[in-house]
Design a binder for this molecule. Structure first.
Ligand code: CA
Length: 225
């Protein structure tokens, strides 16, 4: 597994490199957007760790450039900008996960491993459930031939349910998943989002439906014909 670390502070880059190498990864470092661009164009990385504040540009800009050019390497964004807006911006731009500085090295390693474990994470596969499809990176959802425009949170819930098709997803897991998007999650937020999502799927003629497992969570299952 080969990783690219894009971080301009040499000391931090070195610490990250050492920790990740100790965890068994092969690691390259880049200190500038330009170096990162170059490295990504010649080497196939399994994941990249991207600092947002770089001397020759903004990591978000680099990320959107990469995604626009169809580079689908999983990206973990590092940032000191601890605001919801920046997180949403990062995720909308195509980051796969987010870590706010300062963070524990063990956390970084765990998140990196999780990124690599994600089903299809490295390839951006299309998830399917009945006639529902979702591009897990672009997050485009369609039901049959119809494209469904879903708000971020509903989309995040659907993605999680699709990744665990036919299995129950505890409500707490969905709450945790949404926490990165919405720091002030209301206690009834999940049921409300699920309610809207369920209705939109039904209206679009989806052949899979969301079931409520009382007291536990939700489950997406293909409808019996
Ligand atoms: Ca920086």
């Amino acid at each position: 597994m080969r990783l690219l670390i894009v971080e301009d502070e040499a000391r931090i880059a070195e610490l990250l490199k050492r920790a990740l190498e100790a965890a068994g990864f092969a690691v390259d470092t880049a200190h500038l957007c330009a170096d990162a661009r170059e490295a990504l164009s010649v080497t196939s990385y399994d994941a990249a760790i991207l600092d947002l504040g770089l001397p020759d540009g903004d990591g978000i800009g680099l990320l959107s450039e990469l995604r626009a050019s169809d580079c689908r390497v999983p990206v973990l964004v590092l940032t000191a900008r601890d605001t919801v807006e920046d997180r949403v911006l990062g995720l909308d731009t195509g980051a796969d996960d987010y870590l706010v500085k300062p963070f524990a090295m063990s956390e970084l390693i765990a998140r990196t491993k999780a990124l690599l474990r994600r089903p299809g994470g490295a390839l951006g596969v299309v998830l399917k459930a009945g006639n529902i499809t979702m591009d897990s990176i672009g997050r485009d959802v369609s039901v049959g031939e119809t494209t469904l425009a879903l708000p971020r949170r509903e989309c995040a819930i659907l993605e999680h349910l699709m990744r665990r098709l036919g299995r129950v997803v505890p409500k707490a897991v969905l709450e945790e998943k949404l926490y990165g998007i919405d720091d002030e999650l209301e206690s009834n937020a999940i049921p409300v989002h699920v309610h809207h999502l369920r209705r939109k799927l039904q209206d679009a003629g989806a052949s899979a439906e969301i079931h409520t497992v009382r007291g536990v969570g939700y489950l997406l299952a293909e409808a019996k014909t």
